[in-house]
Design a protein around this ligand. Structure first.
Ligand code: GDP
Ligand code: MN
Length: 380
């Protein structure tokens, strides 16, 4: 789950990270009012859940109240990368001497959080990471010891931060780590953290991503969720407790178990096909879940065939087969299904499916081959 810039900044501010004064506005008139209250110049910032807003025209520095209203109406009427702009963050403009990148994320290979910083932050940070990787400083954080002061001071030296700002930088670094831990973030990022001409530090952009698997214990953050950036299928899937991720291929996958779902997708790839989605229906395979999952998969117009791969452990395969057949009753698009059941009562299950005129397979590889053939229009 991603947070908007204004939400991230609220959290930053509560953790001792200085942010510019500002307020949210949802209409041009309101933007003008806020601008007058704050005092000009102000910056208008589109609140959408994607990066690169500056380059897409979503950030505007304005000098008069009228200009604020005019620019606000332009930005609010626009979209960025397909997403509607419902709110603007209006902030007191900050003069900038230096832009710093400062963030924490998980380094999955190392199995540790990693603090990343650069003295050349700002909108071109990705380019700098590619062309001048030596300008990007990375420090692993031991999750048991936490972030140590000397690590942040080390970073301050590496990015040539003036000594007078070290204390503030340390406070910001510790605040960022606090945020990262407290709200189960997978990313807490300030880009840019700016040094002003007067030598002050401000986080003028903020980005936080929270681990969806931790939302159960982050109750007060759930209300911050903005569903407008998520696909309707993914929202529906969450309602049924299914993990669904749409991909670009044409073979739908309906599998119980995340590992099995990955293996299923790998096999489709090996056989020369392209999976249309990742879908894990979780333990058991009740007919309601199968049927909800199938509906979500079939809502993708690219689907040519669906591979159902179910391992029946406690759930018996004959029960699963009945569930699938009921669910298939609603398959009004006549998309062919390739079904593989394995586990308890697999034979009985398979017989039921064959009686129901379904294509079945014994092994995962065979199922993948059949699915790829049917998707290509070769009769199985
Ligand atoms: P992003 O493009 O989505 O990352 O949006 P940012 O909030 O990072 O803004 C992009 C760029 O706009 C920053 O890197 C700054 O150079 C500039 N910018 C943003 N806020 C201010 C401000 O208050 N004053 C000035 N002078 N520039 C700003
Ligand atoms: Mn930014």
């Amino acid at each position: 789950m991603k947070l908007h810039e204004y939400q991230s900044k609220q959290i930053f501010s509560r953790n001792g990270i200085p942010i510019p004064q500002g307020r949210l506005a949802s209409t041009p008139i309101e933007a003008k009012q806020v601008a007058e209250e704050l005092g000009l110049p102000v910056v208008l910032k589109a609140q959408v859940l994607v990066g690169g807003r500056g380059k897409a025209g979503g950030i505007s520095l304005v000098k008069t109240p009228d200009e604020a209203e005019e620019e606000a109406s332009k930005i609010l009427g626009n979209k960025i990368k397909g997403l509607p702009i419902r709110n603007l963050l209006v902030e007191k403009a900050i003069n900038i001497r230096q832009e710093i990148y400062f963030g924490i994320t998980n380094d999955r290979l190392a199995g540790k959080p990693i603090m990343i910083a650069s003295g050349e932050g700002g909108v071109d940070i990705e380019k700098i990471a590619c062309t001048r990787p030596d300008k990007i400083i990375k420090v692993h954080i031991n999750p048991l010891l936490g972030l140590r002061d000397f690590q942040v001071r080390g970073i301050a030296t590496e990015i040539n931060l003036q000594r007078e700002n070290w204390r503030k930088f340390l406070q910001i670094g510790k605040g960022l780590w606090q945020v990262f831990c407290d709200i189960d973030a997978t990313l807490a990022e300030i880009n840019p953290l700016v040094v002003t001409n007067e030598g002050h530090l401000f986080a003028i952009d903020g980005k936080i991503t929270i681990d969806d698997n931790a939302l159960f214990r982050q109750r007060d953050l759930i209300d911050m969720r903005d569903l407008s950036a998520e696909s309707p299928e993914e929202i529906k899937a969450r309602k049924f407790d299914l993990s669904y991720i749409r991909l670009s291929g044409n073979i739908g996958c309906l599998v119980n178990g995340a590992g099995l779902a990955m293996a299923t997708m790998d096999n489709i790839k090996i056989c020369g096909g392209e999976p249309a989605n990742f879908l894990d229906i979780g333990g058991g395979a009740s007919s309601e879940k199968v049927s909800a999952a199938l509906k979500i998969i079939l809502s993708d117009p690219n689907i040519k065939t669906v591979l159902i791969n179910i391992f029946g452990g406690i759930t018996r395969c004959d029960e699963v087969a009945r569930g699938i057949l009921t669910a298939l009753g609603n398959n009004n698009r006549n998309v062919p299904m390739v079904i593989r059941l394995v586990g308890t009562n697999a034979e009985e299950g398979k017989k039921l499916l064959l009686d129901g005129n379904q294509i079945t397979a014994n092994t995962l590889f065979e199922a993948a081959q059949l699915a790829v053939q049917t998707a290509k229009g070769v009769k199985a």
